[in-house]
Design a binder for this molecule. Sequence first.
Ligand SMILES: C[S@@+](CC[C@H](N)C(=O)[O-])C[C@H]1O[C@@H](n2cnc3c(N)ncnc32)[C@H](O)[C@@H]1O
Length: 249
Amino acid sequence: MRGPRRHRQLGLEPTICRRARQHNWLVFRTVAQTGGVPFDVFETAYGALYDAGVQSRLAPLGGFLMWGADVERFLRVMADGVACARGEVVVDCPTGGGVTFAGGLQRTKGCLLGVDRSSLMLARARARARALPGAQRRHLALVRADASRLPLADAAADRVLCFNSLHCIPRHRAVLKEFRRVLKPGGELVGTTLTADAPMPWRVNVLGARLSGFFTPPDSRRLRADARAAGFESWETERTGALMFFRGT
Ligand SMILES: C[S@@+](CC[C@H](N)C(=O)[O-])C[C@H]1O[C@@H](n2cnc3c(N)ncnc32)[C@H](O)[C@@H]1O
């Protein structure tokens, strides 16, 4: 079986396969090979609600009231994160509804690969991508996969972005290890996460959110140890409220 039918059967977006053919620097392992994609709470109305909230004009206020977070700042870090030169690969995992590229991909000259395991969130990301000019859209590929089993070859990426997500993924060390695997030597991981050891009063909200069951915010010291164990030699962090910015190389 050839073409889009085969790609769909393997769990790959047809667009990503076209990109893979255009740029031989991307070598994909298929979702079928990597074990499939399990259920995600972001497949439910919660995912749509979260995505509408984070992209709304009220997000800076909501982010501050809930978490003491500087939303404007992470939007700026996202905009810098998707910037890349021709031939470079940036992986945005999980991309959710595409908040990283909602503001446009004017500075993305290579390839931005958005990965998420929720088909609902990817549908939102795809809708957002359709609103971009074609010249920007051709630098974007979206694929459904698990963060701990990325459909990418070793050392394929110049940068991995992971915004607002480690607190939704229980296996932090495995995910960081996978990010390190796909990063080129010297490549960087940039992102944000809510942390369990956030300062008061934000810690109360983080602990409350943990009752939901799917919310697994890492302890910042444990996360540093996980990052080191995953192969990141340098791990810089900075907090605004419960939200921690991190950069690993
Ligand atoms: C809070 S959202 C953040 C999305 C986006 N980065 C943002 O800042 O809006 C968390 C995302 O993680 C995704 N997710 C959770 N576990 C995942 C996993 N193991 N692999 C890939 N995506 C996952 C969810 O589907 C959801 O889209």
